[in-house]
Design a protein around this ligand. Structure first.
Ligand code: GDP
Length: 458
């Protein structure tokens, strides 16, 4: 526990610097960072499209693409060259499947985009969930080839599943890339047909029409990605923005600078002088030298002696929500700070709980989830053994209405309200209070089985 009188959860207490003011200055002066996940059915062309976009943006050199082209030709898969940009290991290349969430960065006129590529293969959905659980916005890729859209949109297809997943994790803005239009002679009719079907579905899934933009593209040919379309047929009927412009227009997430300090620890090391160096991400609030902090869940108190912002621009002596930084702390026992610790304002620390209520979306799991089901709770750098203590209700996938009270089992694809009990205390927040620390995933037998949102800390 912590000894100071409990204040309103998350409320900021007097600060040495007016973070809100500094934040609005930065919003005006600097490009905003946005995290993006790419979702869609297997083979819709996600990797090819993003690889090609990164190439057009100059993130990937001609030389590298050329090397990939040669390698892929050797293996008889010439068209995979762009997709390989996003693959990291030879094993993935040999199989021609993007396996893990690869992180890449690129800039648009107004945004710095952190890209989390999502593989679409059925078996690899778990990898995508962790990417999705950290995304601000999503690009949904659908293949426009004859029958391909229908396969991805039908039962067992991932188009619907992925869209519902990101929505349930709090993503509200979506770009839909209607891909492979080259295979249907850039048919406006085909594009309109796909848009019409998706519109109805996405509306039901809880996306506002004004937050969804549809873009006709060819990832393979690079049409309408980073630059305005050149293809004559496409230009004859499409006058809208290219994919990059749509991404550029995504509203940046507002960082919770007004909330109390929450700094998630990624790494701890001893520096040369006194003090302990702790690197991590500021999820909310701000921090500067002189800030009194408490490390949770250990309840270890200390003082911030220095702040180094995690990029070479080497700006000010403070760091704000959304930024990566290194803190130099004194007065604390280094043993009490580990990966997954949260450094908080001394007067308003995060709660450390062992029980919480969560809304979950169940993924690929062969065994049904029942009461007492053992899982691993996973978020940021934390991984803790846990059990499903109660299953309160099963919820409707898109409306969230209760469709069954106290169901005995949860199956693949179900949405539900459950109580999770963790063996050791974890530091999470209710999603409604701070979404940055309100999402987690559950794992079982080494794979991710559910994406979750914290409804209530118990
Ligand atoms: P992912 O599984 O969604 O990442 O899909 P990939 O990027 O691996 O692409 C799957 C297949 O579709 C590959 O053979 C690509 O060459 C092909 N492909 C991707 N985009 C296009 C496109 O715009 N036009 C055509 N004709 N083929 C494409």
């Amino acid at each position: 526990g912590n000894e100071s009188a409990p204040s309103t959860p998350g409320k900021q207490v007097k600060n040495l610097i007016n973070y809100t003011e500094e934040y609005s200055k930065r919003m005006k002066d600097e490009k905003q960072q946005i995290s993006m996940v790419v979702i869609g059915h297997v083979d819709a062309g996600k990797s090819t499209m993003m690889g090609h976009l990164l190439f057009q943006k100059g993130v990937i050199s001609k030389r590298l693409i050329h090397k990939y082209e040669q390698e892929s030709r050797k293996q008889g898969k010439a068209s995979f060259a762009y997709a390989w940009v996003l693959d990291e290991t030879g094993e993935e290349r040999a199989r021609g499947v993007t396996m893990d969430v690869a992180h890449n960065y690129f800039e648009t006129s107004n945004r710095i985009v952190t890209l989390m590529d999502a593989p679409g293969h059925r078996d690899f959905i778990p990898n995508m969930i962790s990417g999705a659980s950290q995304a601000d916005v999503a690009v949904l890729v659908v293949g426009a080839s004859t029958n391909e859209f229908e396969a991805g949109f039908g039962i067992g297809g991932q188009t619907r599943e992925h869209a519902l997943l990101v929505r349930s994790l709090g993503v509200v803005q979506l770009a839909v890339a209607v891909n492979k239009l080259d295979t249907v002679d850039w048919s406006k009719k085909r594009f309109d047909e796909i848009v019409e079907k998706l519109k109805q579905f996405l509306k039901q899934a809880g996306f506002r029409e004004s937050d969804v933009t549809y873009v006709p593209v060819s990832g393979l040919l690079g049409e309408n990605l980073a630059e305005q379309a050149k293809n004559a047929t496409l230009c004859s009927w499409y006058k809208g923005p290219c994919l990059l412009e749509v991404i550029d227009r995504f509203r940046p997430p507002t960082r919770p600078v007004d909330y109390a300090l929450r700094f998630c620890v990624n790494d701890v090391y001893r520096g040369q002088g006194s003090g302990i160096y702790i690197s991590g991400k500021i999820e909310s609030g701000g921090v500067c030298p002189g800030t009194k902090v408490v490390v949770m869940p250990a309840s270890e108190r200390g003082l911030v002696k220095g702040v180094e912002v995690g990029d070479e621009r080497n700006r000010s002596n403070f760091a704000l929500a959304g930024e990566h930084a290194t803190l130099i702390l004194t007065g604390i026992d280094a043993m009490k700070v580990t990966n997954g610790s949260v450094i908080c304002d001394a007067d308003n620390p995060i709660r450390a709980v062992t029980r919480l209520q969560a809304r979950i979306v169940v993924f690929n799991i062969e065994v049904p989830i029942t009461r007492g089901f053992p899982v691993e709770l996973h978020y940021k750098a934390v991984s803790e053994p846990a059990v499903i203590r109660r299953i309160h209700s099963q919820l409707h996938k898109s409306t969230g209405e209760v469709i069954a009270k106290k169901p005995k089992v949860l199956l693949k694809g179900h949405n539900a309200l459950v109580e999770v009990e963790v063996t050791r205390p974890v530091c999470l927040e209710e999603y409604a209070a701070l979404k940055e620390l309100g999402r987690f995933t559950l794992r079982y037998g080494g794979s991710t089985i559910a994406a979750c949102v914290v409804m209530k800390l118990l």
